[in-house]
Design a protein around this ligand. Structure first.
Ligand code: COA
Length: 415
């Protein structure tokens, strides 16, 4: 069966997490992704956080599925020549080097555009144009600069970064979307273009509701669904809201049976207005259905803490899975706090292809996260990540290099 991006060739000049997330996604959608790495060392993540000595790390193998790896020293004239032939043959170049690195390699947009006017050049940078544009950036820097950290955590604690890699993988997703749009526009315009996804901007996009709340706070001086209301004080900026729901339906994380020993025996509970009578019945507080202090969403905002404390008395008598079953019968929105162990073992995620077991030649079997985006006409096959330089000869032969050329390039250290 053909794939959505069959025939699209990507020159993958990415490393670490943000860029590789993007190109891995494009590979799952069917693009031929050729990852260019430095001879001898390759992407730094191959050697980071290793769990098996001498074997490509899970960090690398879980971010580089379905790609081909070519080793090329682009700072040697012959290596740069090979890169330029790749540029002429590919549709998209994706890179996430530090600001200025591409130019230092002699690969300005103008130069690339001259070599291949149809090429799309897509970049992740930490910041867009402005005071920090020259800075190197990693995940947590982006979470802090994009508004996520200042709005995450509890009101009496410091800013907190999230386990979700919204700075890296979140930006990779944004970049992939930009690339697809540019590929589509090219079908009409015939021209390539630059695509830029700054990590600060991508994080802010994911924190959109907090900028909403900043403006609400400035207008009204208070945010009624935040735990600071009604007893605490609001300052000038959106405060950290603990586990309060970001939407108009109040929610909180509540302890379940076993919480004393299991750090994940919790459930997220949302007191959606539509099912308030059902919530009252389940916890045995039928009186709250008509009691003026609790009957309307507006009235309940004044009593969220005692309401959740009472619901928690009930959830603590059930495991998170028992509570899920009971609450779902009544259509009450809730969610178990699943540990990574539970997710790794989840049979439904395995069945959907979102958690996949992959065989790797040097590390053996390992688990990975497959393509979370499901297309009915473009199924995803999750293939193992390439070994360093595994496809150098194959790709260069496709570019027209002979066996003798390859020997020469190898002797010069260009590949
Ligand atoms: N052949 C020869 N040289 C190569 C090469 C190749 N195949 N691939 C990379 N290089 C060189 C680059 O040209 C650069 O050299 P220069 O410093 O002389 O210009 C060098 O390798 C290192 O690149 P750099 O990007 O500076 O790596 P770093 O390890 O110092 O920094 C980041 C890593 C992630 C901080 C930085 O790349 C960055 O800020 N990227 C943009 C934001 C980003 O994506 N961050 C998230 C990462 S998950």
């Amino acid at each position: 069966m053909s794939k959505a991006l069959s025939g699209v060739r990507i020159l993958d000049f990415t490393h670490v997490q943000s860029g590789p997330t993007c190109t891995q996604l494009l590979a799952w959608l069917g693009a031929d992704v050729i990852k260019v790495e430095r001879p001898g060392e390759g992407d730094a993540t191959r050697g980071q956080l290793r769990d098996i000595p001498g074997v490509d790390s899970l960090y690398f193998t879980m971010l580089n599925h379905n790609k081909r790896s070519v080793t090329l020293n682009t700072k040697k004239p012959k290596g740069k020549q090979v890169l330029e032939s790749l540029i002429k043959q590919c549709d998209v170049l994706v890179e996430n080097f530090a600001p200025g690195a591409m130019e230092r390699m002699g690969l300005s947009w103008e130069h690339i555009h001259k070599l291949n006017p149809k090429m799309i050049v897509a970049s992740v940078k930490g910041f867009g144009p402005g005071r920090y544009e020259d800075c190197k950036v990693y995940e947590n820097v982006a979470q802090c600069a994009g508004g996520a950290a200042s709005t995450t955590g509890f009101e009496d604690g410091p800013p907190v970064v999230s386990g979700a890699q919204i700075g890296d993988s979140g930006t990779g997703l944004h970049l992939a979307l930009g690339i697809l749009a540019a590929l589509y526009q090219r079908t009409h315009s015939g021209r390539g273009q630059k695509v830029l996804a700054p990590m600060q901007d991508a994080v802010l996009n994911l924190c959109r509701v907090k900028l909403r709340d900043q403006q609400r706070l400035e207008r009204t001086g208070s945010l009624h669904e935040y735990p600071q209301y009604p007893d605490g004080k609001f300052g000038e900026a959106v405060p950290r809201a603990g586990n309060a729901s970001g939407g108009g339906q109040p929610g909180w994380i509540l302890r379940c049976k076993g919480w004393e020993t299991d750090p994940n025996a919790y459930i997220y509970f949302i007191t959606q207005a539509a099912v308030w009578p059902a919530v009252c019945k389940v916890i045995g507080e039928e009186g709250w259905i008509t009691d003026e202090a609790y009957a309307t969403p507006q009235a309940r905002l004044l009593h969220l803490k005692p309401i959740f404390a009472r619901i928690e008395q009930w959830t603590m008598t059930k495991t998170k899975f028992e509570a899920m079953e009971i609450l779902n019968e009544f259509d009450i929105p809730c969610g178990p706090i699943l540990s990574m162990k539970e997710i790794a073992e989840d049979p439904w995620l395995r069945k959907s292809g979102t958690v996949v077991e992959v065989e790797h030649p040097t590390r053996g079997k390992h688990l990975t996260v497959g393509n979370p985006i499901k297309l009915s006409d473009s199924p995803t096959e999750v293939l193992r990540a390439p070994l360093l330089g595994e496809h150098t000869d194959e790709v260069l032969r496709e570019l027209g290099y002979s066996a003798e050329d390859l020997e020469l390039l190898r002797a010069e250290g260009a590949i």
